[in-house]
Design a protein around this ligand. Structure first.
Ligand code: GLN
Length: 308
Protein backbone atom coordinates (compact mmCIF):
# COMPACT_ATOMS: atom_id res chain seq x y z
CA UNK A 1 0.00 0.00 0.00
CA UNK A 2 1.54 3.31 -1.03
CA UNK A 3 1.59 6.49 1.05
CA UNK A 4 -0.98 8.02 -1.30
CA UNK A 5 -3.40 5.24 -0.47
CA UNK A 6 -2.88 5.69 3.28
CA UNK A 7 -3.61 9.40 3.00
CA UNK A 8 -6.77 8.80 1.02
CA UNK A 9 -7.93 6.16 3.45
CA UNK A 10 -7.27 8.32 6.50
CA UNK A 11 -8.95 11.38 4.98
CA UNK A 12 -11.99 9.34 4.05
CA UNK A 13 -12.15 8.00 7.62
CA UNK A 14 -12.05 11.53 9.05
CA UNK A 15 -15.08 12.39 6.88
CA UNK A 16 -16.96 9.20 7.68
CA UNK A 17 -16.63 9.36 11.48
CA UNK A 18 -18.05 12.89 11.66
CA UNK A 19 -21.60 11.78 12.55
CA UNK A 20 -20.18 9.93 15.56
CA UNK A 21 -18.39 12.96 17.02
CA UNK A 22 -20.13 14.29 20.08
CA UNK A 23 -21.78 10.93 20.74
CA UNK A 24 -20.50 8.96 23.70
CA UNK A 25 -19.61 10.41 27.05
CA UNK A 26 -16.45 12.27 27.99
CA UNK A 27 -14.78 10.69 31.04
CA UNK A 28 -15.92 12.59 34.09
CA UNK A 29 -14.44 10.75 37.07
CA UNK A 30 -11.21 12.63 36.43
CA UNK A 31 -12.70 16.15 36.67
CA UNK A 32 -9.90 17.73 34.63
CA UNK A 33 -10.81 15.51 31.66
CA UNK A 34 -14.54 16.30 31.75
CA UNK A 35 -13.98 19.63 30.02
CA UNK A 36 -12.68 18.07 26.76
CA UNK A 37 -14.64 18.95 23.61
CA UNK A 38 -16.18 15.65 22.42
CA UNK A 39 -16.29 16.86 18.81
CA UNK A 40 -12.52 16.57 18.40
CA UNK A 41 -11.06 13.80 16.25
CA UNK A 42 -7.48 13.16 15.23
CA UNK A 43 -5.70 10.28 13.54
CA UNK A 44 -1.99 9.79 12.80
CA UNK A 45 -0.02 7.06 11.08
CA UNK A 46 3.68 6.42 11.39
CA UNK A 47 5.30 3.76 9.21
CA UNK A 48 8.59 1.94 9.65
CA UNK A 49 9.47 3.21 6.18
CA UNK A 50 9.35 6.74 7.63
CA UNK A 51 6.02 8.02 6.31
CA UNK A 52 3.88 10.12 8.62
CA UNK A 53 0.29 10.99 7.80
CA UNK A 54 -2.19 12.80 9.98
CA UNK A 55 -5.65 14.32 9.84
CA UNK A 56 -7.95 16.45 11.98
CA UNK A 57 -6.83 17.15 15.52
CA UNK A 58 -3.77 14.89 15.29
CA UNK A 59 -1.57 17.73 16.56
CA UNK A 60 -3.66 18.49 19.66
CA UNK A 61 -2.18 17.18 22.95
CA UNK A 62 -4.44 14.97 25.06
CA UNK A 63 -4.19 12.85 28.22
CA UNK A 64 -3.05 9.37 27.19
CA UNK A 65 -4.33 7.82 30.46
CA UNK A 66 -4.25 4.02 30.30
CA UNK A 67 -2.20 3.98 27.10
CA UNK A 68 0.69 4.77 29.47
CA UNK A 69 0.29 1.23 30.83
CA UNK A 70 2.09 -0.03 27.72
CA UNK A 71 5.06 2.26 28.37
CA UNK A 72 5.50 1.29 32.02
CA UNK A 73 5.09 -2.37 31.10
CA UNK A 74 7.77 -2.02 28.43
CA UNK A 75 10.27 -0.57 30.90
CA UNK A 76 9.52 -3.19 33.56
CA UNK A 77 9.33 -6.22 31.25
CA UNK A 78 12.49 -5.12 29.42
CA UNK A 79 14.42 -4.90 32.65
CA UNK A 80 12.87 -7.62 34.80
CA UNK A 81 11.92 -10.25 32.21
CA UNK A 82 9.94 -13.35 33.15
CA UNK A 83 9.94 -12.60 36.89
CA UNK A 84 7.15 -10.12 36.20
CA UNK A 85 4.61 -12.91 35.68
CA UNK A 86 4.84 -13.93 39.33
CA UNK A 87 3.15 -10.64 40.16
CA UNK A 88 0.59 -10.23 37.38
CA UNK A 89 -1.25 -12.57 34.99
CA UNK A 90 -1.84 -12.42 31.25
CA UNK A 91 -5.45 -13.39 30.84
CA UNK A 92 -8.31 -11.09 29.79
CA UNK A 93 -10.40 -10.10 32.79
CA UNK A 94 -13.80 -9.68 31.13
CA UNK A 95 -14.45 -7.01 33.75
CA UNK A 96 -14.28 -3.20 33.72
CA UNK A 97 -10.79 -1.69 33.99
CA UNK A 98 -11.22 -0.59 37.59
CA UNK A 99 -13.13 -3.61 38.91
CA UNK A 100 -12.38 -5.03 42.36
CA UNK A 101 -14.37 -8.27 42.27
CA UNK A 102 -11.87 -10.74 40.77
CA UNK A 103 -9.00 -9.43 42.80
CA UNK A 104 -10.16 -10.80 46.11
CA UNK A 105 -10.96 -14.35 45.07
CA UNK A 106 -7.81 -14.48 42.94
CA UNK A 107 -5.80 -13.53 46.01
CA UNK A 108 -4.42 -10.18 44.92
CA UNK A 109 -2.97 -11.39 41.61
CA UNK A 110 -4.37 -9.13 38.85
CA UNK A 111 -5.51 -10.80 35.64
CA UNK A 112 -3.28 -8.69 33.35
CA UNK A 113 -1.09 -5.56 33.26
CA UNK A 114 -3.66 -3.45 31.39
CA UNK A 115 -6.43 -3.36 33.97
CA UNK A 116 -5.82 -0.84 36.73
CA UNK A 117 -4.89 -3.47 39.35
CA UNK A 118 -2.24 -4.96 37.06
CA UNK A 119 -0.92 -1.55 36.09
CA UNK A 120 -0.56 -0.62 39.76
CA UNK A 121 1.64 -3.71 40.24
CA UNK A 122 3.73 -2.73 37.19
CA UNK A 123 4.14 0.80 38.56
CA UNK A 124 5.16 -0.69 41.92
CA UNK A 125 7.89 -2.62 40.09
CA UNK A 126 8.96 0.48 38.12
CA UNK A 127 9.42 2.26 41.47
CA UNK A 128 11.52 -0.65 42.75
CA UNK A 129 13.67 -0.72 39.60
CA UNK A 130 14.15 3.06 39.48
CA UNK A 131 13.76 4.24 43.08
CA UNK A 132 15.34 7.64 42.53
CA UNK A 133 13.08 8.90 39.75
CA UNK A 134 10.60 6.43 38.22
CA UNK A 135 8.63 9.17 36.45
CA UNK A 136 11.79 10.73 35.04
CA UNK A 137 12.79 7.39 33.52
CA UNK A 138 9.29 6.94 32.09
CA UNK A 139 9.13 10.45 30.66
CA UNK A 140 12.60 10.10 29.12
CA UNK A 141 11.51 6.95 27.36
CA UNK A 142 8.25 8.53 26.14
CA UNK A 143 10.07 11.60 24.83
CA UNK A 144 12.73 9.55 23.07
CA UNK A 145 10.18 7.22 21.47
CA UNK A 146 7.91 10.12 20.50
CA UNK A 147 10.89 12.15 19.25
CA UNK A 148 9.44 15.14 21.05
CA UNK A 149 10.37 17.19 24.06
CA UNK A 150 6.81 18.51 24.40
CA UNK A 151 5.61 15.21 25.86
CA UNK A 152 4.91 16.02 29.51
CA UNK A 153 2.96 15.14 32.62
CA UNK A 154 -0.07 17.39 33.13
CA UNK A 155 0.10 18.13 36.85
CA UNK A 156 -3.48 19.40 36.95
CA UNK A 157 -4.84 16.13 35.52
CA UNK A 158 -2.66 14.07 37.88
CA UNK A 159 -3.85 16.00 40.94
CA UNK A 160 -7.44 15.90 39.81
CA UNK A 161 -7.28 12.13 39.44
CA UNK A 162 -5.42 11.63 42.73
CA UNK A 163 -8.16 13.51 44.56
CA UNK A 164 -10.74 11.09 43.13
CA UNK A 165 -8.67 7.90 43.18
CA UNK A 166 -10.56 6.00 45.89
CA UNK A 167 -11.15 2.99 43.69
CA UNK A 168 -7.49 2.74 42.66
CA UNK A 169 -6.53 3.19 46.31
CA UNK A 170 -8.83 0.31 47.18
CA UNK A 171 -7.25 -1.90 44.50
CA UNK A 172 -3.75 -1.06 45.72
CA UNK A 173 -4.63 -1.58 49.39
CA UNK A 174 -6.27 -4.93 48.66
CA UNK A 175 -3.20 -6.11 46.76
CA UNK A 176 -0.93 -4.88 49.55
CA UNK A 177 -2.91 -7.01 51.99
CA UNK A 178 -2.00 -10.01 49.82
CA UNK A 179 1.67 -8.94 49.72
CA UNK A 180 1.60 -7.97 46.03
CA UNK A 181 2.53 -4.27 46.48
CA UNK A 182 5.82 -3.12 48.06
CA UNK A 183 5.67 0.66 47.77
CA UNK A 184 4.05 3.08 50.14
CA UNK A 185 0.44 3.34 48.88
CA UNK A 186 0.34 7.11 48.76
CA UNK A 187 3.58 7.28 46.75
CA UNK A 188 2.34 4.53 44.46
CA UNK A 189 -0.86 6.46 43.71
CA UNK A 190 1.15 9.63 43.06
CA UNK A 191 3.31 7.89 40.46
CA UNK A 192 0.35 6.04 38.93
CA UNK A 193 -1.78 9.19 38.56
CA UNK A 194 1.17 11.09 37.09
CA UNK A 195 1.87 8.36 34.53
CA UNK A 196 -1.81 8.41 33.46
CA UNK A 197 -1.50 12.20 33.01
CA UNK A 198 1.18 11.94 30.31
CA UNK A 199 0.10 14.24 27.51
CA UNK A 200 0.81 13.65 23.82
CA UNK A 201 -0.61 14.32 20.37
CA UNK A 202 -1.73 11.55 18.00
CA UNK A 203 1.39 12.22 15.92
CA UNK A 204 3.64 11.71 18.96
CA UNK A 205 1.68 8.67 20.08
CA UNK A 206 1.91 6.97 16.68
CA UNK A 207 5.69 7.44 16.70
CA UNK A 208 5.94 6.25 20.29
CA UNK A 209 4.39 2.88 19.46
CA UNK A 210 6.63 2.20 16.46
CA UNK A 211 9.08 0.22 18.61
CA UNK A 212 6.38 -2.42 19.07
CA UNK A 213 5.80 -2.64 15.32
CA UNK A 214 9.60 -2.91 15.03
CA UNK A 215 10.07 -6.00 17.26
CA UNK A 216 11.18 -4.02 20.30
CA UNK A 217 13.67 -1.61 18.73
CA UNK A 218 13.05 2.16 18.71
CA UNK A 219 13.56 2.77 14.97
CA UNK A 220 15.29 6.14 14.95
CA UNK A 221 17.71 5.44 17.82
CA UNK A 222 18.16 1.69 17.12
CA UNK A 223 17.82 1.18 20.88
CA UNK A 224 16.39 -2.22 21.80
CA UNK A 225 13.89 -1.83 24.65
CA UNK A 226 12.32 -5.31 24.40
CA UNK A 227 13.56 -8.60 22.98
CA UNK A 228 11.72 -9.84 19.88
CA UNK A 229 9.91 -12.35 22.05
CA UNK A 230 8.93 -9.72 24.65
CA UNK A 231 7.63 -7.40 21.91
CA UNK A 232 5.56 -10.25 20.51
CA UNK A 233 4.16 -11.05 23.93
CA UNK A 234 3.39 -7.47 24.83
CA UNK A 235 1.56 -7.10 21.51
CA UNK A 236 -0.38 -10.30 22.21
CA UNK A 237 -1.45 -8.81 25.54
CA UNK A 238 -2.64 -5.67 23.77
CA UNK A 239 -4.71 -7.82 21.42
CA UNK A 240 -6.29 -9.85 24.22
CA UNK A 241 -6.50 -7.26 27.02
CA UNK A 242 -5.83 -3.78 25.56
CA UNK A 243 -9.42 -2.55 25.49
CA UNK A 244 -10.65 -3.94 28.83
CA UNK A 245 -13.91 -5.85 28.58
CA UNK A 246 -14.23 -4.73 24.96
CA UNK A 247 -10.97 -6.42 23.89
CA UNK A 248 -12.73 -9.29 22.17
CA UNK A 249 -14.97 -6.98 20.20
CA UNK A 250 -12.00 -4.79 19.23
CA UNK A 251 -10.08 -7.83 17.97
CA UNK A 252 -13.19 -8.86 16.05
CA UNK A 253 -13.84 -5.47 14.48
CA UNK A 254 -10.29 -4.12 14.07
CA UNK A 255 -7.94 -7.10 14.25
CA UNK A 256 -4.95 -5.24 15.66
CA UNK A 257 -3.10 -5.13 18.98
CA UNK A 258 -4.25 -1.85 20.54
CA UNK A 259 -4.40 0.06 23.80
CA UNK A 260 -7.01 2.59 24.81
CA UNK A 261 -7.30 5.25 27.49
CA UNK A 262 -10.22 7.14 28.98
CA UNK A 263 -8.82 10.38 27.54
CA UNK A 264 -10.22 9.00 24.24
CA UNK A 265 -6.95 7.87 22.67
CA UNK A 266 -6.20 4.47 21.12
CA UNK A 267 -2.80 3.35 19.82
CA UNK A 268 -2.53 0.26 17.62
CA UNK A 269 0.19 -1.44 15.61
CA UNK A 270 0.60 -3.56 12.53
CA UNK A 271 3.78 -5.56 13.27
CA UNK A 272 6.53 -4.96 10.74
CA UNK A 273 4.65 -2.11 9.11
CA UNK A 274 3.22 0.79 11.05
CA UNK A 275 1.71 2.31 14.12
CA UNK A 276 -1.56 4.26 14.20
CA UNK A 277 -3.03 6.56 16.84
CA UNK A 278 -6.57 7.93 17.03
CA UNK A 279 -8.16 10.30 19.49
CA UNK A 280 -11.72 11.43 20.11
CA UNK A 281 -12.89 12.08 23.69
CA UNK A 282 -16.43 10.62 23.44
CA UNK A 283 -16.37 7.17 25.09
CA UNK A 284 -18.57 4.11 24.82
CA UNK A 285 -19.85 2.17 27.83
CA UNK A 286 -16.54 0.33 28.31
CA UNK A 287 -14.51 3.56 28.43
CA UNK A 288 -13.12 3.33 24.90
CA UNK A 289 -13.27 6.02 22.23
CA UNK A 290 -16.40 5.51 20.16
CA UNK A 291 -15.16 7.27 17.02
CA UNK A 292 -11.65 5.91 17.61
CA UNK A 293 -12.72 2.28 17.36
CA UNK A 294 -14.87 3.04 14.33
CA UNK A 295 -11.90 4.78 12.64
CA UNK A 296 -9.58 1.83 13.25
CA UNK A 297 -12.20 -0.64 12.06
CA UNK A 298 -12.54 1.32 8.85
CA UNK A 299 -8.75 1.55 8.51
CA UNK A 300 -8.16 -2.21 8.56
CA UNK A 301 -11.24 -2.84 6.42
CA UNK A 302 -10.30 -0.29 3.76
CA UNK A 303 -6.60 -1.22 3.58
CA UNK A 304 -7.17 -4.93 4.02
CA UNK A 305 -4.25 -5.14 6.45
CA UNK A 306 -4.48 -6.44 9.98
CA UNK A 307 -2.65 -9.16 11.90
CA UNK A 308 -5.04 -11.77 10.47
N1 GLN B 1 -6.34 7.10 35.11
C1 GLN B 1 -7.42 6.21 34.85
C2 GLN B 1 -7.69 5.28 36.01
O1 GLN B 1 -6.78 4.85 36.65
C3 GLN B 1 -7.06 5.44 33.64
C4 GLN B 1 -8.14 4.50 33.23
C5 GLN B 1 -8.26 4.36 31.76
O2 GLN B 1 -7.70 5.11 30.95
N2 GLN B 1 -9.03 3.38 31.39
O3 GLN B 1 -8.82 4.95 36.33
Amino acid sequence: VSSVDYRQVVEQIARDVRPLLGRGAVADFVPALAAADPKQFGMALSTLAGEEISVGDAGVPFSIQSISKVLTLTLVLGKLGEELWQRVGREPSGNPFNSLVQLEYERGLPRNPFINAGALVVTDLLMRLHPADPLGVLLDFARTAARSTSVHIDGRVAQSEKARSHRNQALAALMKSFGNIDADLDQLLDVYCAQCAITMTCQELARTFLFLANRGVVPHTSQRVLTTSQAKRLSALMLTCGLYDESGDFAFRVGLPGKSGIGGGIAAIIPGLLSVAVWSPGLDGCGNSLAGIQALEQFTTATGISVF
